[in-house]
Design a protein around this ligand. Sequence first.
Ligand code: PLP
Length: 337
Amino acid sequence: MKPIKPKLSLLDTAPTPLQYLSGLSQELFREIYIKRDDLTPFGGGGNKLRKLEYLMIEALNAQATTIVTVGAPQTNHGRLTAAIAAKFGLNCIIVTVGEPEAELSGNLFLDGIFGARVVLKRDDGRDKDVQLEEAAKKVIADEVKKGEQVYFIPMGGSDTTGLLGYMDCARELDAQAKEQQISGATVYVPVGSMGTYLGLYCGLKSIESDLKLIGIAIMPFDMEKLKAYFTQAKEEYGFNFDGDFHVETGYIGKGYNEPEPRIREAIYTMARHEGILLDPCYTGKMFAGVLSMIKEKKIKLGRQVILLHTGGMPGLYAAPHREKIERDVKDRIQVIK
Ligand SMILES: *Cc1c(COP(=O)(O)O)cnc(C)c1O
């Protein structure tokens, strides 16, 4: 199938592996697979690269010299945007709202390595999205004044263009599942800015795949916003299917990127059965949700489960998470003479 819009080729290692997790499957009495979109080949990898294949070509075609994007201080999207901007010789500015930390950690640390500039707006207590928008507008105006041609990428790369990256992933995954004779499995995906979920949804629907899709919200979730996003995509691309979404909102816990013992337990479970690292903000929380759904028998015995690994590993090293993990594991270090 021809892509709907032009794209860059940033995933020359695609298809990303679809792996069977034998240890976890045995332990949980479900057939568990993982789609390794963390193993994409730039900037440490992650789901945002698929979106950037479509977004960055738009930026290049618009003769952009500077990419401006927004996100939380630990945004993986910002890190990957910085990496791809570097690859194409563009400036990258990541605008974020928060308080400066004593120590640069996780993604903030890596953003600098990729040569990005991070504009950290001090949180004044108002709605974060409003603050982000204002700060981004100001940064863009300053850049334009300097003569830069700015291309703006919204939070998480989740617009109708970025969505196309996960429509591609849906086709890729469907073909792999068929090849491995996994039909009728349910794909589980963390839901943040929604582009990954909605792209997969539209991709699977448009090829009438027999894979089902469930999103696990990792932050407060607004169904109306998802519907509006879908309506926009439907208008632009003329989809002939409806939006019939399944997003679980019962596993958000304390809030966006908050450290929680159940998330760390899920990370340790994956690491100690399969040797695969999840992240504390998205994939760890999603897997904690899936483990709860198994315990609650919402996912029945023998069912086929495909976890989408969206990346995010640097989050393990973000100061608040690292501190807690250190406490959990430090007894495993045995010092001898
Ligand atoms: C951004 C991100 C997600 C969520 O994807 P959205 O398209 O924003 O919903 C999931 N996992 C990781 C690691 C991410 O960086």
